[in-house]
Design a binder for this molecule. Structure first.
Ligand code: SF4
Length: 556
């Protein structure tokens, strides 16, 4: 790079400048991206795996070939050709929130991203319209306080994602090896017993994730939950990162536990660490980066955070987090922490006074999470008319409408009933949770949503229990409905009947979360779906008859 117009001094300067560029290029290229791009966390972790002699799984190869976030054009091309993706391309589509769910349905499912489960009536109206125009005219509330749209034709997938973005809902990373919707106390900011309003942290974390490309290169999916100490259970200890608000001698903090994955029979384990709310994004980011560097990219079955913790131990893992942060994290013994009162079991239903004088939140019961177009629009309308236009989804597959004045509660409840929904339910139906099941998921052994509804009808007609009971039906070992933390947990299974295989469940009892934390145990394998009602009725009847006073399912 010489120019006859430059002075000798200028030419020397330029020579030095170019030498510096070359030198920097030399340090950036090894292990870096193609075309001289600087190395990102994903590429560095993959290179380290390969250097150790590890063979990357096909999903890692796909990520390595081209970052899935840069493959939107492939999705649009397929939409124009009206075709669904092949398996590994489907993995790429999941980075953008689109899941091909064949053969269960010849359609896409779109999983949204609703931080903390809180959305506006305007957004719910928009979602209803998208469901009507581009999907099956209904939405499912998930166990991550999120929504899913189903029955989306091949040509409509892109339109769904684009229209959601126009509503401020970005479903990036809701599938594949990414951070899922952040769950949090649904009554944040309105709950008289909460210690910390989780909304600012959840919002900051949500945007940090969406805008940090390195965080779309995880070895496997990742769950984060933030409990503020409110009256509604959020099941934070079932998450990879679980933050729970606590009072310490030095002020309010989040207690950090890690590695929850109840499908693998593990709750998040204590770390001894507490985090100031204002530091929580930075700490979560460092935890995620240690996971990116240390997670297993050679075996999908052992790629979750739990297995990194099993291998390194919690103390070593936290030391690596501190190394990344360049500071020592604050540690306080559990005995010195003061917790909010435990959440109320089934506190997600019914009418409750808010911490704001004269205002109430109303929990609306849904039929295992499914809401038709008219109900979605109706809820948006009643949230606007009787409340502040705020809707709060819960991990219990129901929703809450907040900020309803005392004077409007009765009318709001009547409007809920007019939509064919309830604001109260029996002690068996209030904790009824079901995953998608085989009507929409290829992994399912059974039709969980249908069987859940039938089971609740059968039991409600025959028994009245005197304490809230959680019944969770999950279609396969992925355990989206978390059968291991239910009083009665049902895991889909095929049951032999003569020469046929019929739908059924392995029956577990005694699981729980929060103050009842326990992994359920199987007491009866392979119960056919058509005898599920009488079988669960017998279990409940035995518990009612034989338990000691006040004895829960966990102790029974
Ligand atoms: Fe599908 Fe299994 Fe999840 Fe149910 S638990 S939705 S069957 S992956």
């Amino acid at each position: 790079m010489t120019d006859p117009g430059f002075t000798g001094e200028q030419q020397e300067y330029l020579k030095g400048f170019m030498a510096g560029v070359e030198a920097r290029r030399g340090t950036l290229l090894p292990g870096g991206g193609e075309g001289g791009a600087p190395p990102d966390a994903l590429r560095a972790a993959q290179d380290a795996t390969i250097a150790r002699g590890g063979k990357l799984v096909p999903q890692e190869d796909a990520k390595r070939a081209k970052h899935p976030l840069d493959r939107w054009d492939e999705l649009t091309a397929r939409a124009q050709a009206n075709t669904f993706p092949k398996p590994i391309d489907d993995f790429i589509g999941r980075y953008h929130g689109l899941f091909f769910v064949g053969p269960a349905q010849d359609a896409f499912m779109c999983r949204l991203r609703i931080p903390g489960g809180i959305l506006s009536a305007h957004q719910l109206d928009g979602i209803a319209e998208i469901a009507r125009d581009c999907a099956g005219a209904y939405a499912d509330i998930t166990t991550r306080a999120n929504l899913q749209l189903r029955e989306i034709p091949a040509a409509k997938g892109i339109e769904v994602v684009a229209r959601l973005a126009e509503l401020g809902i970005i479903p990036k990373g809701t599938g594949a090896d990414n951070i899922r919707n952040i769950t949090a106390s649904p009554t944040a900011g309105i709950d008289a017993q909460e210690l910390i309003d989780t909304r600012p942290l959840v919002r900051a974390l949500h945007h940090h994730i969406l805008n940090t490309r390195d965080l779309f290169g995880l070895p496997r999916k990742f769950n984060i939950s933030v409990a503020g100490g409110g009256a509604v259970e959020v099941l934070e200890e079932t998450n990879d990162i679980a933050l729970r608000a606590v009072r310490t001698p030095d002020g309010l903090r989040y207690r950090l536990t890690l590695g929850g994955i109840t499908g693998h029979r593990d709750f998040a384990r204590p770390t001894g660490v507490v985090v100031k709310p204002e530091d929580a994004v930075r700490v979560c980011d460092a935890i995620l980066r240690v996971f990116i560097a240390e997670g297993d990219r050679t075996d999908r079955k052992t790629a979750r955070l739990k297995y990194v913790l099993d291998r390194l131990g919690v103390d070593r893992f936290i030391a690596l987090v501190e190394q990344r942060l360049g500071i020592a994290l604050e540690r306080i013994e559990d005995a010195a922490l003061d917790h909010a009162p435990p959440p109320a079991k089934h506190g997600h239903m019914g009418i409750h006074a808010q911490k704001q004088d004269g205002l109430n939140y109303v929990g609306i019961v849904t039929p295992v999470g499914r809401l038709a177009f008219a109900q979605l629009q109706g809820i948006a309308a009643l949230a606007r008319r009787f409340g502040s236009g705020t809707i709060r989804l819960t991990v219990w597959q129901n929703l809450i409408v907040s900020d309803v004045p005392d004077s409007a509660v009765a009318e709001a409840c009547a409007a809920i009933a007019a939509l064919g929904l309830g604001w109260q339910a029996s002690k068996l139906r209030g904790g009824l949770v079901a995953c998608t099941g085989n009507a929409g998921c290829k992994f399912a052994a059974s039709n969980t949503k249908r069987h859940a509804a039938e089971l609740a009808d059968f039991l409600d007609a025959r028994i009245t229990v005197d304490a809230p009971i959680n019944i969770h039906l999950t279609g396969c070992h992925h355990s989206c409905a978390q059968h291991y933390v239910a009083d009665i947990g049902l895991l889909g299974a095929k049951v032999e009947r003569g020469d046929d295989l019929v739908e059924g469940y392995d029956l577990h009892v005694g699981g729980g979360a929060g103050p009842e934390q326990k992994i359920g145990r199987m007491i009866l394998p392979k119960v056919a779906a058509d005898v599920l009602g009488p079988t669960v009725l017998a279990v409940l009847s035995a518990w009612m008859r034989d338990r000691a006073p006040g004895e829960t399912f966990q102790a029974f």
